[in-house]
Design a protein around this ligand. Structure first.
Ligand SMILES: C[S@@+](CC[C@H](N)C(=O)[O-])C[C@H]1O[C@@H](n2cnc3c(N)ncnc32)[C@H](O)[C@@H]1O
Length: 366
């Protein structure tokens, strides 16, 4: 069941289609806006990260190996000062922790009362790209990785950090992140459930729209998507090598092979992350974590496909106006045995870029 809810944004009303279930059962697919790239972090989203054992055990293993006796920089420490405190636990000589959001910075400060923390952790408020720090750090932990790996601006932030904040041979955690994509039909991600925003995502939608000053076609974040919706193997469409070549902008073309008959109208993307080069990767579609998946619409309607059909997909990321967060653009050519060739494209800027452009967004914002 769905219902419509009116949000007030910049003096006008935005109607949103909402799942009427007050709280979906655990493991059920849910829809919300992608939030990590916006100043949306609240108690709930920090708790989800602080309690994310799949993520945390990988970060802990990396910090245990790298931080003893070192100067550590924690970019985006969050309200729980998490990786700064963890680095201290493993014997870091000194830690500088940076947090951009004022309320999160204030809450992080309360952890400095812990024994030893106040003396060895320096907590600063602001964006890493605007701040100066001393001394330069030997290790940088930067959990500014999105469900779409680069969406939170990791490439620009780490490029700036390497230039200004880190020693020449500093190590960054995580080590590598990639985004994968596979063909899907949006409706099928919800396994017969309502195709509508979860009630608890309304606050985030309002925060994002208020921050921008108007509604726009937000990226669509799907938790627990039905794996049956995937019509083929995922392929890597974005790479962030945080200890290697890290371009600010990138363009990747892949051929996605459809491996069974069905319908598709877009692609589902998700994160795979390595905290250490030899560590076990976290694949956000295979293990439960705070990272979800992002659906990008391509075609206006569902396209029938057969096993052996192909989707040629090019994903381009370019820096948005703020010089940090990427805009994404997708170009696709669907090659089917029965219906021939169809082309489609989709732009997903960091902010703005139109409202209710695609049928999926018109459905969600009726
Ligand atoms: C995904 S959360 C991670 C929080 C915490 N480090 C953790 O792993 O649980 C990212 C945090 O980084 C902050 N942030 C993002 N980019 C930043 C930057 N360039 N400088 C400082 N803080 C940043 C956000 O406000 C947010 O609190």
């Amino acid at each position: 069941m769905t219902t419509s809810v009116d949000l007030m944004v910049a003096g006008s009303t935005v109607r949103v289609l909402v799942d009427s279930a007050p709280a979906p059962a655990p493991g059920v697919p849910t829809l919300g806006p992608s939030i990590g790239e916006y100043p949306c972090y609240d108690t709930v989203s920090y708790a989800r990260m602080t309690d994310d054992e799949e993520r945390n055990r990988r970060f802990r293993a990396a910090l245990a190996r790298l931080t003893a006796g070192r100067v550590v920089l924690d970019i985006g420490t969050g309200a729980d000062l998490l990786w700064a405190r963890e680095s201290l636990r493993h014997g870091a000589r000194q830690v500088v922790a940076l947090e951009a959001m004022a309320e999160s910075y204030r809450r992080a400060g309360t952890w400095l009362a812990d024994p030893g923390a106040g003396e060895r952790i320096t907590l600063l408020h602001g964006n890493s790209t605007d701040l100066d720090i001393t001394p330069k750090a030997d290790v940088c932990v930067a959990e500014i990785i999105g469900s779409l790996a680069g969406a939170e601006g990791a490439a620009a932030v780490l490029t700036d950090a390497r230039r200004r904040h880190l020693t020449p041979y500093a190590t960054v955690v995580p080590h590598r992140c990639v985004t994968l994509a596979a063909p899907v039909a949006f409706r099928q991600l919800f396994a017969g459930g309502p195709v509508a925003f979860a009630a608890d995502s309304l606050g985030y939608l309002k925060t994002i729209f208020d921050w921008h000053g108007a509604p726009f076609d937000v990226r669509l974040r799907v938790t627990h998507p039905s794996r049956d919706a995937l019509l083929g193997e995922g392929q890597v469409v974005e790479v962030l090598d945080l200890n290697g070549h890290l371009p600010l902008e990138q363009r990747r073309s892949v051929r996605l092979t459809i491996d069974r008959p069905g319908v598709m109208d877009g692609v589902l993307t998700w994160l795979r992350l390595w905290c250490l080069p030899d560590g076990e990767p976290l694949d956000a579609l295979r293990v439960a974590s705070n990272w979800a998946s992002i659906y990008f619409p391509l075609f206006d309607s569902e396209q029938p496909v057969e096993a052996g059909d192909m989707l040629d997909l090019t994903v381009t990321s370019t820096l948005s106006e703020d010089g940090v967060h990427p805009d994404y653009h997708l170009d696709a050519v669907l090659r089917t045995a029965i219906a021939g060739t169809r082309t489609a494209s989709h732009s997903s800027p960091y902010r703005g870029g139109g409202f209710r452009h695609h049928p999926v967004h018109r459905h969600l914002f009726p």
